[in-house]
Design a protein around this ligand. Sequence first.
Ligand code: ATP
Ligand code: MG
Length: 677
Amino acid sequence: SSSPGNSIPAGLNPRQREAIAYLDGPLLVLAGAGSGKTRVITEKIVHLIETCDIKPHQVAAITFTNKAAMEMSERIAKRMASASKGTPKGLTIATFHSLGLRMVREEAKTLGYKPGFSIFDSADCLGIINELSGTTDKAKLRWLQTTISLWKNGLLSPKEAADAAKDEEEVVAARVYCEYANALHAYQAVDFDDLIRLPVTLLQDNAEIRQKWQDKFRHILVDEYQDTNTAQYRLLQQLTGVRASFTAVGDDDQAIYGWRGADVENLRRLTEDFPQLKVIKLEQNYRSTGKILDAANTLIENNPKLFPKSLWSEHGPGANINVIACAEGEAEAETVVMKLQGHRFEHRAKFSDYAILYRSNHQARVFEQALRQQRIPYLLSGGQSFFDKAEIKDLLAYLRLLVNDDDDPAFIRAATTPRRGIGTQTLATLGRYAAERQISLFAALFEEGFAAQASSRVVQPLREFGEFINRFQWRAQRESAADVFPDILAAIDYENWLYDQEESRAAETRWGNVQEFHAWITKKSDDDGKTLAEIVQTMALMSLLERRDQGDDYDAVQLSTLHAAKGLEFGHVFLVGVEENILPHRESQEAEKLEEERRLMYVGITRAQRSLHITWCEKRRQGKELVPCEPSRFIQEMGCEAATSASKTVADKSTSTAKLDFLKALLQKNNSGDATA
Ligand code: ATP
Ligand code: MG
């Protein structure tokens, strides 16, 4: 449907076309849910490459999740004139973190890292913070970790953090931050926040490298811009430079990552930092029917407005919103599954048209159970990542150690899993020696000084382990990771160890995961030609779950947290557990946090295309007791009534169909000539 010389499809509205064609400077597309922002990004990439003669490697698109990146790749591949060739080679579609990883990798030397540097996950980092702070109090540890992370995302150095500390607690945290930063460097490791922070500081301080990266990308496109944090914003600024050739799209009403340091202020800051910024608003929603959209609009009006906007739809009013009160949690799950089945039958829909969305991961369990009972296929996203599973982390520790033997957390895990005569006492002795000498555990175990100090009962098993790692390091430098991996499994007798640990069904599942892991490594190394270091680093950012449901035609109900559902759409949505203390969350009662919860609810509602069910429970089990619950205030705020289970019916006070029809007529008049699909 595109004419030569112009790859913009006729179906897009004038604002969208304008956003796609605009190349004179920085552009912000600010618009509500389902208005075609992500579509603008995809089409603009195609347009840049096919019409503007920009090479794929000069374009970078930044998405919020790996999954979104993969979906975008696929969509672009389908849209290109040369569709058979897939996604254009060299085109960057990445998250901020994977782009950052690429930069740290390419500039590792300047940053003082070896190519095989480790990426520590949250658990690794928590372990280090635990050691440095001497705190075992879990809540305190989490607070320290969050505080340090927020400082890093705010681009504060340990010194700046210390200067800015407001109380004794923060002074202590700043000290831990400083030691933590030193420890990471000693381990040749970075954490997730470093993947953004390091590139930013590097580009800031090094004009030559900055120029190199600025020359690399002619245009950068950022989706979900409202959820960028300060460091990410700076990275974008550094990468685009004075030319400032970028397209950011976002919706301030969908900013839901404030708790992770994202700041909607970055939207406003754009307008200040780039006086030449062009802003385009999109107001037609292509996703949802009128009543759903209306409820979303009504709800979000309860938040103070940063940028006022209104959304309308041409889809007609559609079905009423169903609010269902349930007696308690299990009844809720059963009700949802029953309604879903009935609805699916009635509408001849597929399972994959349905999503069950909830506030927190743990809420999924009862729904999984109910779906299984009814033999309904489902996919769980936003839950535990594949790479967070114990068996995968065990084996990953070996691989990490092969590429970076200074990686102490990997050393500790590999040396003790499976057990090989290295206990906590042994590790403590080695740890003391390594700390004195300021070297890694691996380096310490080979030193004569250590052998002189410790008994042979301590030294012997450590040396054996060290030599084991050396042998495999030697092989890993010469052979494909796909070949080395099964030999490690055999050498540590991992399968038998799993069956010794667990009852056989659980062990079977774990062993299945190990095999899937092997398959994944094989694909990466043999098909994609990645080195072991690259594979290990990529792994830290990837979740196989995301990979698994990618491009899948698997017909399954989607179970997802609201956070993980951002940007997605489903024919029919069940929003569950819509109660006070859940949504809004118990810990989010102060004004600003409450607003973020409201935006989360807005995100949930606007995922639905044709129908929306909302459920809440009158009681929930807490320990042994059934505790009474209240329907979320958001139900009322969206203009619905929280029916009780006694009345068991639908409540819907939507009144604006007339208003919508009026708007529709008006806009059709003004937009004549603007073809809409
Ligand atoms: P969100 O804020 O939830 O991320 P969004 O603004 O990114 O939403 P998209 O996902 O791009 O919205 O679009 C929503 C739906 O509308 C998609 O199915 C998309 O293909 C469709 N769409 C977008 N623009 C048009 C258009 N001009 N005509 C018809 N359909 C459109
Ligand atoms: Mg989007």
